[in-house]
Design a protein around this ligand. Structure first.
Ligand code: PMP
Ligand code: GLN
Length: 387
């Protein structure tokens, strides 16, 4: 660099604007129905919104404690005990974060040293790879299997080296809707038993698991939980993605290290939201217990509406996303077709190839978000069925 001429010298020169921003902006510009970026078009529960208003009006507007409001951490601890049989100490094992995004970023920053390898499964949520590289780590992309996007244990075993520091496990999985079954969690435990690999669990869709299956949290498996940071998001569970509030659960030693970074990335999270969530978690546990059935109905409705279309739907075992293959319609690349669908037909979705380090040559599906009101799903399906 020449003195007196500071150049940008990008740390992420190959990274553009995230696909979620790109497609939502295109949808807005075209007046398209937005089934791209994942968020509900219905509101958070009225009882929860009332609690936010209450706390805004009763003076809960200054900094919260760095680790999170004690009342909220206690409410989370009792939920974890009930749902995952994991007794977490709210003081030393739970930290409230600015969404799952901050939790993932701070966790990677806290534990990944320059030169460390971090395994991610492709297609991978788009924030992992840049966060790993910003920490000086080396992302190692291991493809999921072609069949139902299951973990490929042969590929995983081959990817593990003495430099592997961390493995990011996202279940239920965005963008595919796959969920990791219990047998695979046990197999994973066996595979990494004699290593020092940390697990970063992205479990933001914990309450969107369908067909009577249960969410296999890392927290259910003591052997795995001992080396895990498990990340959750209130935004997903309470239909309030714009609140950007989540939490991370980890052993006291891992939590202490996590907080060393969290305190300087975010320090603390919006106080009235924490009070409101603490109240609502305690008063209305039924909300999250009803969520699987609530979203399963939407998944099934969207699938039924698309039955007559030329899209071929792939199974969605969890999340609020539906993959649809479009091979019968066109052979253009998914990034082109997704844009054309938005501009010419008025329905926006997400091309899945962008989540691969090396996109597979064969046809790639599109991702549609079905966290929408009945009327929105009907309008979108009517258009999609004519294509
Ligand atoms: N991980 C995955 C897999 C997600 O889909 C999302 C949704 N944005 C996040 C992390 C981030 O969650 P949050 O909005 O709470 O930051
Ligand atoms: N998680 C959301 C999705 O997958 C988007 C989050 C974001 O826009 N960063 O669509």
């Amino acid at each position: 660099m020449k003195p007196g001429n500071p150049s940008l010298h990008s740390k992420l020169p190959d990274v553009g604007t995230t696909i979620f921003t790109v497609m939502s902006q295109l949808a807005a510009d075209c007046g398209a129905i937005n089934l791209s970026q994942g968020y509900p078009d219905f509101d958070a529960p009225a009882g929860l919104l009332d609690r936010v208003t209450h706390h805004l009006r009763t003076g809960h507007n200054q900094y919260a404690p760095m680790a999170g409001l004690p009342e909220l951490r206690e409410a989370v601890a009792s939920k974890l005990a009930k749902v995952y049989e994991r007794e977490a100490d709210p003081d030393t094992e739970i930290t409230v974060t600015s969404g799952a995004t901050e939790a993932l970023y701070s966790a990677i920053e806290a534990f990944v040293h320059p030169g460390d390898e971090v395994i991610v499964f492709d297609p991978a949520y788009d924030s992992y790879d840049p966060a790993i590289r910003l920490a000086g780590g080396i992302p190692v992309h291991v493809p999921l299997t072609n069949i139902n996007f299951a973990l490929d244990f042969d590929a995983l075993a081959a990817a593990i080296t003495p430099q592997t520091r961390m493995l990011v496990l996202n279940t239920p999985h965005n963008p595919t809707g796959a969920v990791v079954p219990a047998a695979d969690m046990r197999r994973l435990a066996e595979l990494i038993r004699d290593t020092n690999i940390l697990l970063l669990g992205d479990e933001v869709y914990e309450h969107m698991v369908f067909d009577g299956e249960r969410h296999e949290s890392l927290l259910r498996y003591p052997e795995l939980a001992d080396r895990s940071l498990a990340v959750f998001s209130f935004g997903k569970t309470y239909h309030a993605t714009g609140w950007k509030i989540g939490y991370v659960v980890a052993t006291p030693a891992l939590t202490a290290e996590f907080r060393r970074v969290h305190q300087f990335v975010q320090f603390c999270v919006a106080t009235p939201l924490q009070y409101a969530l603490a109240d609502f978690l305690a008063s209305d546990p039924q909300h999250y217990l009803d969520l699987p059935a609530f979203y399963q109905r939407k998944r099934d409705r969207f699938a039924a509406l698309l039955e007559p279309s030329r899209f071929e739907l792939q199974p969605s075992a969890g999340t609020y996303f539906q993959l649809a293959d479009y091979a019968e319609i066109t052979d253009e690349p998914d990034t082109d077709f997704a844009r054309r669908l938005t501009r010419e037909h008025g329905v926006a979705c997400i091309p899945v190839s962008v989540f691969f380090a090396r996109p597979p040559a064969e046809h790639r599906p599109l991702r549609f978000c079905f966290a929408k009101d009945e009327a929105t799903l009907e309008r979108a399906a009517e258009i999609l069925c004519k294509i």
